[in-house]
Ligand binder design. Structure first.
Ligand code: KG4
Ligand code: ZN
Length: 344
């Protein structure tokens, strides 16, 4: 059974994992960089790239030791080749290329978004193509039809901020700390989701896309009004995000009646109320619901190894010229969404 080494370094997590094509996770190691970025309230690309340089090889070695294997036992080496912070992507991809070259193994240049998109299939052997995917992370918020490995149709994207970005900015505005998503979720548990009237951008419109920038501005105004507790703003913000995600996703499920499963992936999929609301929506629409376990939602090496395993099984390997890419859409045919800057 093919054994794949996966390396992830596209944002602020360095990770290495060993996964088999029959879904055994033999090892997964991860080094976060929260402490290094916390003083700046966000990820600093240069600090991230340097940390990846320090951590990539030790994590690979630790993962190999955990699994009790050597590079010679590995069938292919998968590394994130984008999209992401280019310095970090280059570090992970170069590490993968060097190992592949030294060990004489094939290289698989993995799209980080494909890692998220396929991660539910690592957790759930019964999840078959096609499925509808809500991919919500720090850099993306998209609805996609996942028709197969490497075969994606983008149905909707954000025209401004990503969902995770909105969580991170809200946390910063409310002084809840970094990383923002878990901090907002924790504060929201102690707040009233109805306390603060906040907008639901694009809700109920014919426009398929997402928008979160107006929500963030409304959070700023609510904070500056001095009328609300941070916990109430956090809870109301989270509820507004839930409402927008549900409205947009329901719209796509209704117009794609042949789709039988709704899947959520990406860091924002770690959010309890968002998972619960999507599960409920799936139930109402009569489709199955799948979400990876929490540790597999946020960036990790196992999802990259798994995407590598899926590609390797189809004979999809890459040569040493595979480039590191800051941008790399899953659906290259998708039109730029109105108002979208760099997020499509
Ligand atoms: O997928 P991911 O780990 O990295 C990217 O590829 O972006 O996603 C990170 C994003 C961050 O914006 C983070 O705040 C958000 O996911 N996130 C959450 C939660 N955990 C992580 N957002 C809401 N609730 C959470 N519990
Ligand atoms: Zn990610």
């Amino acid at each position: 059974m093919a054994l794949i080494l996966g390396i992830e370094s596209s944002c602020d997590e360095t990770a290495a994992a060993l996964v088999t094509h029959d879904r055994r996770i033999l090892a997964h190691r991860l080094a976060g960089q929260e402490a290094a970025h916390r003083p700046f309230g966000g990820v600093v690309p240069e600090i991230a790239a340097r940390a990846h340089v320090e951590m990539a090889m030790p994590l690979v070695e630790a993962a190999l030791a955990d699994a009790g294997v050597t590079l010679a036992d590995v069938d292919a080496i998968a590394a994130t080749a984008g999209p992401g912070l280019i310095g970090g992507v280059m570090v992970g991809l170069m590490t993968g290329k060097a190992l592949a070259h030294a060990a004489g193994k094939p290289l698989i240049a993995v799209n980080h978004l494909e890692g998220h998109a396929l991660s539910p299939r690592l957790a759930d052997p019964d999840l078959a193509f096609p499925y509808m995917l809500l991919l919500a992370s720090g850099g993306h918020c998209q609805l996609l039809l996942v028709r197969g490995v490497g075969d994606y149709a983008r149905l909707a994207t954000t025209i401004d901020d990503a969902a995770g970005e909105a969580f991170d900015k809200t946390a910063k505005l409310l002084g809840l700390g970094f990383p923002g998503g878990p901090a907002v979720e924790a504060a929201a548990r102690m707040g009233d989701p109805k306390a603060v009237p906040l907008p639901r951008p694009l809700l109920g419109t014919n426009e398929p896309h997402f928008s979160f920038a107006g929500l963030k501005s409304a959070v700023l105004r609510a904070r500056d009004s001095g009328r609300y507790r941070a916990e109430d703003i956090a809870a109301s913000f989270q509820q507004a995000v839930v409402d927008c995600l549900i409205d947009r996703t329901r719209r796509q499920l209704e117009s794609h009646p042949h789709i039988t499963a709704l899947v959520v992936a990406g860091g924002v999929a770690a959010n309890g109320p968002i998972r619960a609301a999507l599960a409920e929506l799936a139930g109402r629409q009569g489709v199955a619901f799948a979400a990876p376990p929490l540790w597999l939602c946020t960036d990790n090496g196992a999802m990259i190894a798994w995407a590598g395993a899926e590609r390797f099984a189809l004979g999809l390997t890459d040569d040493m010229a595979a480039p590191a890419r800051a941008r790399w859409p899953l659906d290259p045919t998708a039109e730029k969404a109105r108002g979208a800057g760099v997020k499509a």
